[in-house]
Design a protein around this ligand. Structure first.
Ligand code: SF4
Length: 365
């Protein structure tokens, strides 16, 4: 693993001259069939929005991975939260993207029209405030997200315990990125040559978290989100492949430190412990989720509210699962841009602002 190196053009990361320079370096390389997965949904959006997929040479394929938290949330978990929302005396608190995601029977938006109290919040602390303002209700927050979100949710749970806010609960379906990438590497049909790793998640977990992937001969470069960052990261990956190397490098040195964010990691570890988690498309991956530790069980929605979502199933015709593992493209889905559209999405990849189908719909057709 190499230490983060500051970019020489740190304050010029939007410079068209540098973008052209990185693109020229990419396009004048010796041709070699290469598949690089951009793991993060924000990278997927940036790749689509800036036409990077079309700009890179034909021999270089950029495939999108499981980096959209809404998209990877299993339908069973979405249905479970909807069932919780329908319980009397409950306020279901969620980030906005989840509202439009269809459930098996109906989504949260329809649950609201059927009488459920569903409240959009912009932070976990908003949900905690909601609990304090409504002491006669049980507020259940839908804990969806990766290592970027989990520390703030942990902080809210910690605060709830400290302040005796006993009507605040979290349904934790948080996911951890490195175990999912290791699971992806075990898929024979994926055959990914390298990972463009997420900047925000890596700012929390630090670059060393990807070391097991490098030891499996998969180069990993943690990238920023500007076109220049992505082009630069692709060149760093291709340099590694050309040199027969596989190591973890940090291109996004303005956001990622060698040790990650120790305070965030400490808070996350104090409240949560790893557990098996079900990912849409990837199935159940051991150690890839976060559940509340015993000391915080009083705030665990899953322990407090017993609901049945055993009827849950994937939306008919939707291939989100295959898209999240990089084995299919949105344009392979027969529902894409016709039956399934941002205004009437069939699957989560068309709903989320980080979803691959939404990215293709907005920028690549
Ligand atoms: S286009 Fe719609 S139905 Fe098809 S995979 Fe994407 S989200 Fe699912």
């Amino acid at each position: 693993m190499t230490d983060p190196q500051p970019l020489a053009f740190l304050d010029e990361f939007r410079s068209p001259r540098h973008v052209r320079g990185q693109l020229k370096k990419l396009t004048t390389r010796q041709e070699r069939r290469t598949r690089i997965m951009e793991v993060c949904g924000t990278h997927t959006m940036a790749v689509s929005r800036h036409g990077i997929r079309q700009a890179v040479p034909d021999w270089l394929t950029l495939i999108s991975g499981p980096g959209c938290p809404v998209c990877v949330t299993a339908n069973r978990d979405i249905d479970t939260f909807i069932e919780m929302a329908m319980l009397p005396g409950v306020i279901a608190a969620t980030f906005g993207d989840m509202l439009k995601v269809p459930g098996t029977r109906f989504g949260l938006a329809e649950a609201r029209s059927r009488g459920a109290q569903v409240q959009i919040v912009y932070s976990t602390l908003d949900a905690l405030r909601l609990a304090r303002e409504n002491p006669d209700k049980n507020v259940i927050f839908f804990g969806v997200g990766f290592e970027t979100t989990a520390p703030t949710v942990a902080a809210a749970i910690h605060e709830a315990r400290l302040t005796g806010t006993n009507n605040f609960f979290v349904f934790s379906v948080h996911k951890l990125v490195p175990p999912a990438l290791e699971a992806l590497c075990r898929l024979p049909e994926l055959a990914v040559d390298a990972f463009l790793c997420p900047g925000h998640v890596s700012a929390v977990i630090g670059p060393h978290a990807y070391q097991p992937l490098a030891e499996q001969h998969i180069p990993c470069v943690i990238s920023g989100f500007e076109p220049l960052d992505i082009m630069h990261s692709l060149n760093m990956i291709l340099d590694q492949l050309e040199n027969g190397e596989a190591k973890v490098e940090v291109q996004y040195s303005r956001g990622v430190r060698a040790g990650g964010n120790p305070a965030a990691l400490e808070m996350m570890d104090a409240v949560f412990q790893p557990c098996a988690a079900e990912w849409r498309g990837l199935g159940t991956i051991p150690g890839s989720g976060l559940t509340l530790r015993e000391g915080f069980a009083a705030h665990d929605a899953l322990q407090r509210f017993r609901v049945d979502a055993s009827y849950s199933r994937e939306p008919s015709g939707c291939i989100c699962g295959a898209i999240l593992t990089g084995s299919k493209l949105p344009t392979d889905c027969r529902l894409f841009a016709d039956v399934c559209h941002p205004d009437h999405p069939v699957g989560p990849c068309m709903v989320s602002s980080e979803g691959t189908c939404a990215a293709y719909y907005h920028y690549e057709i």
